[in-house]
Every structure is written in C-alpha cells, then in structure tokens.
Design a protein around this ligand. Structure first.
Ligand SMILES: Nc1ncnc2c1ncn2[C@@H]1O[C@H](COP(=O)(O)OP(=O)(O)O)[C@@H](O)[C@H]1O
Ligand SMILES: [Mg+2]
Length: 352
C-alpha cells in the first residue's frame, strides 16, 4: 500500500467492519508521507453520505483542507480552482479557524466536473501528489442513478496523473459488486486487497508487548484464550485484552480472561437482543444450524432437524443475513461477523 500510495496506483480494500481497514490505511498513509514530503492524503468517510451533493461537498472540502496549510490559502485555492461553481467559504469562529465550503447545489449538479478534477488541478499546480482515501465507498451504489454517477467518477479519475485513490468498505457483497462486475464502471479500477483477520502469532506478540509496556504480565494460555474467544477479530481482541488488563493487578491468568469475557458478553447482550428481534424464525433456524457446525444446511436431514422449511428458504435466509452484516461470505464459506454474538446465541439465546 505504501508503494501504491507513492506511485499513484489505485488500491481497493475489502473486509468486514472492525478488521482494521482504517488503521491500515492510516498507517500506510503515515509511512508514505514520511517517504515523500510532497504527498498529501485526503481521507473521507461516506458512512453518512447518501447522495451525490453531499459526496461532492465532502470531497471538495477534504481536498481543500488537505492541500492548504492555512485558511488564507484555502480561500485562495477556492478562488483559483473553481471557475464555474462559486463555493461560499464559511469560516468557523473557533481558534482552529476551521473552514468549510458551502455550494449552490443546483450549480454543482450541473457542473460536478470541477469538483471531481479539483485534486488533480491542485496537485499539478502545486507540484504535489495526492492520495484520496474513501471509507465505506460502497455507499455510492445507493445514490440515485448509481451507474451513471459511477461512470462519471471513473471517467474523471482514471485520467488523473497526480492523484491516486484508495477505496475501501466493509460490505463485502456490495464492494464486490462495484469492483468485480465487468459490466460496472469501477471494474478493474485498481489493486484489490481482501484484508484478512490478524494471525494468532502477531496478536500474541501484540498483547504481550502491551502488557509488558505497562508493567504487567500475561500467561501464554491467557493470551491464547483472548484470541480464541474473539476468533482473531482485531477489534474484539483489543477490547477483551483491555478488559482483562483492567482486571489484572500484576499477572493476567486464563481465569481473569474468562471473567472479562463474561462481562463483555453481558455488556453486549442488550444489543444482541435487539438484533435478534429483527430476525425471522427461518433466519434464526438457519443461524442455529450454522452454530451447531452443520455444513450441508440444505440436506433433508439438517433442514428437518432445524425446521428449515425448504432449500429456497435456507438460501434466502443466508442472503438476508449476509446483507444484514450478521454473516460473512468469503468465497462460499459462511461465518459469523461478530464472534461475541455467535457466542451469545450459542450459550445464551439458543441454550435457554
Ligand atoms: N494491527 C493491529 N493490531 C492490533 N489491533 C488492531 C490492528 N488493526 C486494527 N486493530 C484493532 O481493530 C479495531 C478496528 O480497526 P479499524 O481500523 O477501525 O477497522 P475498520 O476500519 O476495518 O472498521 C481498532 O480499533 C483496533 O483496536
Ligand atoms: Mg473504518
């Protein structure tokens, strides 16, 4: 990624949420900037962006911010690089002098080209290289006329010589649709990276190091149990490690990890109840079969045992559960996205 950032190669990263995409992009950006003083990184997150207008505003705003060192410069940039649309600069009154841009939306809709090429123009003018990192990129597939919009983005972006794009997102099925469907505009836009969970030996070193650095120690078994109970899920490894650390005076044992884990499950159970209430009986039956370790869920015997009404119903449940981000489908292997939810279903919900 560092080398892609430095040599203007587009990168696409796909993984479920909380596996470490943002952390990875941030780290790569920091390293790439150290290697190249003329590199600027713009980061925008589309998690709450639902339409084109909002997207353009955010893009323009972040590009201006990342390429201007002071607000006077931002004002200058705004005058210099926009000719058809005239954004209004809104200057915040706090000491950090935050600048934001306000656009006439009708104008922007007629001329979005200036915004789409803004980074390239600024980079050219100032002798910079720019990497634009866009989180939750799959959201663009839900704008009005998504194909038309994507065509437009791609047409502009692929001509850029000084700007590279790093596009990532956590909805695997939607990201795949945007980037791997040969009939879609973003097909073959860049290097496609499927981020995996972090492997056990790295996590062991990481947890050990954090305990040692803070004057505490952790047993090998305790360390392994943190990783097993969270199924190598990076976010939960951190959380369970932290809860265990808080309960540890000097040396963390397996017993402490088990207590911390119970309290984590307890703490999340209310949220899990809420999620579970949104599921249909068929979907729950499917999850039950999956948790029991069944592989051939559409076999007559398994369907009978778990009251799954038909193979079609099983397929439909699976599809919806993936869309709801409860399950993850990685090359045909279905697994739970949230290891603590899986644990709660097995030991609390289905056990009761
Ligand atoms: N390399 C790593 N080592 C240890 N923990 C990590 C690492 N990368 C990410 N994490 C943990 O995973 C959590 C989620 O990472 P984040 O980058 O926010 O994921 P995403 O952007 O995929 O949702 C972080 O808050 C951090 O606790
Ligand atoms: Mg993220």
């Amino acid at each position: 990624m560092v080398s892609n950032f430095g040599s203007q190669i587009n990168t696409i990263i796909i993984s479920p949420r909380r596996w470490g995409k943002s952390s990875l992009v941030h780290k790569a950006a920091t390293l790439a900037r150290k290697q190249n003083k003329n590199l600027r990184i713009c980061t925008l997150d589309l998690f709450n962006v639902r339409n084109e207008e909002h997207f353009y505003a955010l893009l323009a705003q972040t590009v201006i911010e990342a390429t201007s060192s002071r607000w006077e410069e931002a004002v200058g940039n705004t005058k210099k690089f926009f000719s058809r649309i005239v954004p209004k600069l809104v200057i915040g009154n706090d000491p950090s002098n935050e600048v934001s841009l306000d656009f006439d939306w009708e104008e922007v809709k007629r001329n979005p080209d200036e915004i789409l090429d803004l980074a390239e123009k600024i980079a050219e003018d100032k002798g910079l290289k720019i990497v634009i990192c866009i989180d939750e990129f799959q959201n663009i597939a839900e704008f009005d006329e998504p194909d038309y919009f994507q065509k437009r983005l791609r047409a502009h972006w692929q001509r850029h010589q000084h700007v590279a794009y790093c596009l990532y997102g956590s909805k695997r099925h939607m990201m795949l649709e945007v980037f791997t469907d040969s009939s879609k505009p973003f097909y073959k836009f860049g290097d496609l990276i499927f981020l995996n969970k972090i492997e056990t030996p790295y996590l062991i070193d990481f947890i050990r190091e954090r305990f040692t650095a803070t004057g505490k120690a952790i047993d090998e078994a305790a360390c392994r149990s943190i990783i097993e109970l969270t199924d190598n899920h990076p976010y939960y490894v951190q959380q369970l490690a932290q809860l265990s650390w808080l309960r540890t005076a000097r040396r963390c044992t397996e017993g402490i990890v088990r207590e911390a884990h119970s309290s984590l499950v307890e703490q999340l159970s209310l949220l899990f109840v809420t999620i579970t209430e949104t599921l249909t009986t068929q979907q729950l039956n499917y999850l039950k079969a999956l948790i029991a370790g069944e592989r051939a869920i559409t076999s007559t015997e398994v369907m009978y045992r778990y009251r799954i009404s038909s193979p079609t119903a099983a397929v439909r449940s699976r599809k919806t559960l993936i869309e709801k981000d409860i399950l993850d489908n990685k090359a045909g292997v279905v697994s739970f996205q949230d290891p603590i939810y899986a644990y709660w279903l097995k030991h609390s919900y289905f056990a009761g």
